[in-house]
Design a protein around this ligand. Structure first.
Ligand code: MN
Ligand code: MN
Length: 469
């Protein structure tokens, strides 16, 4: 009787056949090489486009350029297009059999991750050290970022229009950068502080050098040596950095975790792990019944605002362009299409962590190894600001997952009133589209290195795939 009535899921490491587990390991390897090339949102978008192009996707601009297809009413089922937004967001589309006005299947993930950005005028010298001031991006626990090997990734357009790209700290022969911390011997006052105050935002100043120029200025000779180096290597002056996008991220690549190599630790897995599952789900997709859209956006970690975040009109504009290509019509069609659409907001979910049981409800948490997580709602303090999925849509999703043997679990973000969070789901919901959060369970979310289980990544890919089919 209990077996019939009680709900129980088992670890996928137990239930998947050995052959499938080999596939899981291979999938993890490809993912690691993807995430190593995707340390910033720009690099991640570039990588997504590379893989899409190899699968036959062509750019919207290229498609428009094909004369005979111009002017609408020509977009056919099976055609594959990509739309880029300012090198920081991209939408991949596989046109379905049915007209888009009858609804499309959307998966949306974000490709930005918490990090430290350089301030516009970052460089200064103190006590024979050259340092750079940073301003953190997204939700970081500041104490995690000190004494940590850091790499610098950046893009700068010089005054003459020349583009300079900087990557320092990823190659094993590169130097790394680092923020110092206080020795325990002198940390009495620091250790008595609240954790949120032990390391401050203004204290996250990264070490860049100690060597000084030999001739001339006594004052700021270390900063001078640093600027001289940057000038010799990249032709940059201090002023150029005021117009740059430069990020500090944990140095080095993804690593297997555990003696059994069951897990992966890497920087930026929130949310590039779901982005990878989403990308793989839309590649090699033969003409689906409904048009499949894979949306990859920026700025989720700072509220999804701005022209590259989910709040940007880019998503709507893209759908408008597609409807024009398919039907030659626009305004009303897009409203109808969005009204009939369904979406998964692909984002990671904090898994049950035995080190912190006090903040998690064991019955309503997801667990590493038990499959893709569905979050019916997010939000905080009484579901504030949440997207709470409708049961009609969840019933459809349940059926889809059942038909494709997708093992799911359903977790919420911590105990009631412990905190909370949100994703891009509510923004998609604003279009009257059915949407639910669905993604990979994770430990140490927003830490410099985040942890996921390989089986969950693979199951999330299968879930996203099933959603498109
Ligand atoms: Mn996220
Ligand atoms: Mn996040």
């Amino acid at each position: 009787m209990k077996k019939e009535l009680f709900f129980k899921t088992e670890s996928l490491w137990k239930t998947l056949e050995d052959e499938k587990l080999d596939t899981v390991q291979d999938f993890g390897e490809s993912y690691k090489s993807f995430i190593d090339k995707s340390k910033t949102e720009r690099k991640c978008i570039k990588e997504i486009i590379e893989e899409a192009k190899a699968d036959g996707f062509i750019s919207f601009e290229q498609y428009q350029g094909n004369g005979e297809k111009n002017g609408g009413k020509n977009l056919q089922g099976g055609e594959k297009l990509y739309f880029i937004n300012k090198e920081k967001a991209v939408i991949l589309v596989v046109v379905g059999e049915e007209p888009m006005e009858s609804g499309v299947n959307i998966i949306g993930t974000h490709v930005d991750s918490p990090r430290l950005d350089l301030k516009p005028f970052p460089f200064y010298e103190d006590s024979e050290l050259a340092l750079a001031k940073t301003h953190y991006y997204g939700g970081v626990k500041k104490y995690q970022w000190v004494t940590m090997p850091l790499a610098m990734h950046g893009v700068i357009t010089k005054e003459n229009g020349e583009l300079v790209e900087i990557t320092i700290g990823e190659d094993p022969s590169d130097p790394i950068l680092m923020i110092s911390d206080l020795l325990p011997h002198l940390s009495k006052d620091q250790m008595d502080k609240k954790m949120s105050e032990g390391i401050t935002g203004e204290g996250l100043n990264v070490l860049l050098g100690n060597r000084r120029i030999k001739e001339g200025e006594e004052k700021e000779g270390v900063k001078a040596y640093l600027l001289q180096l940057l000038n010799q290597k990249y032709g940059l002056r201090e002023e150029d950095f005021a117009f740059a996008e430069i990020q500090l991220v944990p140095a080095g690549g993804a690593r297997d975790v555990g003696l059994d190599r069951s897990m992966i630790a890497a920087y930026g897995q929130d949310d590039r792990v779901c982005a990878y599952a989403e990308l793989q789900a839309i590649l090699n997709l033969n003409t689906p019944k409904k048009t499949a859209m894979a949306v990859f956006v920026d700025k989720e970690e700072v509220g999804s605002i701005s022209n590259t975040g989910m709040e940007s009109k880019f998503f709507e504009n893209t759908l408008d362009e597609l409807l024009f290509l398919q039907e030659g019509t626009t305004r009303l069609s897009i409203r109808r299409a969005l009204n009939q659409s369904r979406a998964l907001s692909g984002d990671v979910m904090s898994a049950f962590d035995p080190n912190f049981p006090e903040v998690l409800d064991p019955k309503n948490s997801c667990y590493l190894g038990k499959g893709v997580n569905i979050s019916k709602y997010t939000g905080s303090r009484g579901k504030g600001g949440c997207n709470d999925a409708n049961h009609e849509f969840l019933a459809e999703l349940r059926q889809t997952f059942k038909n494709h043997e997708i093992q799911w679990q359903m977790g919420e973000l911590g105990k009631v009133d412990q905190g909370g969070g949100g994703t891009i789901a509510y923004i998609i919901g604003n279009y009257n589209t059915e949407v639910v959060d669905c993604g990979v369970p994770m430990l140490s979310m927003h830490a410099p290195m985040e942890i996921i289980s390989k089986v969950d990544l693979y199951m999330t890919y299968l879930a996203y795939r099933a959603f498109y089919l």
